[in-house]
Design a protein around this ligand. Structure first.
Ligand code: SAM
Length: 292
């Protein structure tokens, strides 16, 4: 087996060879501990027939572990300076394709069709650039991609919000936005010391396994998410007050909202953080006729 990229010595060697300087604005914190990478990959349950999509390969630390575990790896990297580095560090692996692109602008569906046409099991596995964690997750979950799920490292605080359950302080519209698409759990907590440079925040890896069907069937997803966002706009306000100020359209709103809350069996004095996804689904559908 080839020498791991993710040791402090080898990482420094590679950075020096290419005169590479980290860009904070691109969330460049590279992993320098192969054990962490092995654990991340294990949580993805890849087989020799799996495909792996990586966001932000950096110098290839996680990419090579994915290349060893999966049949094919496609890695999207925004920073052009890393392309020659990756060409060099990943040269021992013939099953990796690096795509020079901002993941948020990439046509991931087409890339999967081209690069992994026969693979039935595809996972996203990444140490995400923390400044764009949420947009990346939302993109990858809403584009209806043929993926089983995601195993991704992020800021611990965001991981706690994504995986939070109703009635807890971290539960909010982000928990619902992600849990609507999949079952999310924290797989591991990662210390700052395994990164170069060390980030200022704690990190966690979460695993999201996509649902076959959403947990609630709603009239429109867009309005469902609008209702959840409005319900959490001010956490100390009741659901009634938040909906009254948050939902923009509609006349005689208060009575409509009260009727919808009643028909959904939700006490108007409750706060958004106590409602389950199912309750939000019922409420959004009950409100829908009044607003459209
Ligand atoms: N995978 C490497 C590792 O674990 O050591 C690097 C992870 S580092 C936290 C994030 C990587 O994402 C960097 O290589 C950065 O250049 C890249 N990146 C940042 N924004 C990106 C974007 N919008 N699209 C694709 N890659 C991006």
């Amino acid at each position: 087996m080839n020498k791991d990229i993710a040791t402090p010595i080898r990482t420094k060697e590679i950075l020096n060879k290419y005169g590479f300087s980290f860009k904070k604005s691109l969330g460049q914190n590279f992993i320098i501990d192969p054990n962490i990478l092995r654990n991340i990959v294990q949580h993805a349950h890849l087989t020799e027939e799996s495909g792996a999509i990586e966001v932000g390969p950096g110098i290839g630390a996680l990419t090579e572990h994915l290349a060893r575990a999966a049949k094919k790896v496609v890695a999207f990297e925004i920073d052009q300076r890393l392309l020659p580095v990756l060409e060099d560090t990943l040269s021992p692996y013939n099953n990796v394709r690096v795509v020079h692109s901002d993941i948020l602008k990439a046509d991931v569906q087409s890339v999967i069709e081209q690069e992994m046409p026969d693979l039935k099991d595809i996972m996203v596995v990444a140490n995400l650039p923390y400044y764009v964690t949420t947009p990346i997750l939302i993109k990858l979950l809403t584009e209806n991609l043929p993926i089983r799920g995601l195993v991704v490292m992020m800021q611990k605080e965001v991981a706690d919000r994504i995986t939070a359950q109703p009635g807890t302080k971290n539960y909010g519209s982000l928990s619902i936005a992600i849990q609507y698409y999949g079952t999310a759990e924290v797989a591991m907590i990662v210390p700052k010391t395994v990164f170069m440079p060390q980030p200022n925040v704690d990190s966690a890896v979460i695993r999201i396994i996509k649902h076959d069907q959403p947990p609630v069937k709603v009239i429109t997803e867009e309005f469902f998410f609008e209702v959840t966002r409005a319900s959490f706009a001010q956490r100390r306000k009741t659901i009634l007050n938040n909906l009254q100020s948050g939902l923009t359209k509609g006349k005689e709103k208060k009575q409509y909202i009260l009727d919808a809350l009643e028909s959904s069996g939700i006490d108007p004095s409750r706060r958004g953080e106590t409602l389950s996804i199912e309750e939000f689904g019922k409420l959004a559908d009950a409100l829908y006729p009044y607003f459209f």
